[in-house]
Design a protein around this ligand. Structure first.
Ligand SMILES: [Zn+2]
Length: 304
């Protein structure tokens, strides 16, 4: 009964460069034994001297971690996929070491990517088993920072998903307090938060979703006097305010600091979303040189 074993990039050099290998096996352990008897160099990277899987090696059958199933005895059937996901235990760069280079793959001159703890590996396992994300992608998310302007109707869902997904550092800019009329859409904030500063309830919510996220609150209105100093400390800027003065201010400050500008706007059942990055393409002013009527956002100057 053939199953497919997916080999992670840093280990392919020990498996003749193959990314997938078909093996007949009845259990995950049998599949790994057969794999590593064919590719013996792989064995010392996956197993310790006691023939147990190294603790930084995570093995999934389909999307289930075998540690949460029957370990090596976890049964496999035809068509199943076995995924090997090396992580980093205790902060040691084991993976980098076995790959003989930095497995995180940052471009030359970029700082090395942060490691994931075992708790983070468990938390993000659904990302780690996606080839489009994987260990490198998750470490890139952890290394990333996003400045969110506004914690309201757009900022709240956005910030919650960024936090859940594992973006390492989130900056929150808001000066407003929670009003009962916000609660129907601004899901950062709950009934008990009415009257509190929005950045306080947003912080509480993010910490509950993901305590691994570093949160920086900026209890201020974004102005032309503070925008540049705020923006330079983040990788990506998100304008969740959905009002024209802030939209043009965010655009101009992003152009000046070279930051990507994530924009969203809604009106009733209409919405727009885009990313503007002047270093790679047009900015918001290229599209709309001046505020126009009839665009989403033009009718609501303050509350999003
Ligand atoms: Zn432009």
């Amino acid at each position: 009964m053939p199953v497919t074993i997916t080999i992670p990039t840093p280990l392919r050099q020990f498996a003749d460069g193959q990314s997938e290998i078909q093996i007949d096996a009845r259990t995950a352990g049998e599949a790994l034994d057969k794999l590593t008897s064919t590719h013996s160099e792989l064995r010392r990277h996956l197993f310790n001297d006691q023939n147990a899987l190294r603790n930084f090696v995570n093995v999934y059958v389909n999307d289930e971690d075998i540690r949460h199933a029957n370990g090596p005895d976890t049964p496999v059937k035809e068509g199943d996929t076995i995924l090997i996901v090396p992580s980093i235990a205790g902060g040691a760069a084991v993976l980098d070491e076995i790959a003989g280079k930095d497995a995180g793959g940052p471009e030359a001159g970029m700082p090395a990517l942060p490691m994931l703890s075992n708790e983070e590996v468990a938390r993000y396992s659904r990302h780690l088993i996606m080839p489009e994300v994987g260990m490198t992608g998750q470490r890139k998310l952890k290394a990333a920072s996003v400045l969110m302007i506004g914690t309201g109707g757009l900022g709240a869902p956005l910030g919650m998903y960024l936090a859940a997904a594992g973006v390492g550092r989130l900056g929150l800019v808001d000066f407003d307090v929670v009003d009962a009329s916000n609660l129907q859409r601004q899901i950062f904030h709950g009934t008990k938060d009415v009257g509190r500063p929005k950045i306080a309830s947003a912080r509480d919510r993010i910490e509950d979703i993901n305590p691994h996220v570093e949160i920086e609150t900026h209890d201020t209105k974004l102005t032309s006097a503070n925008a540049l100093n705020l923006f330079v400390n983040y990788d990506v800027i998100v304008d969740g305010t959905d009002n024209f003065p802030t939209r043009y201010l965010v655009n101009d400050a992003c152009v000046l600091t070279g930051k990507p500008n994530v924009y969203g706007s809604i009106f009733r059942f209409e919405g727009q979303a885009s990313v503007f990055w002047a270093e790679r393409g047009p900015c918001y002013r290229c599209l709309y040189p001046e505020p126009e009527s009839g665009l989403p956002g033009v009718r609501r100057q303050s509350d999003n």
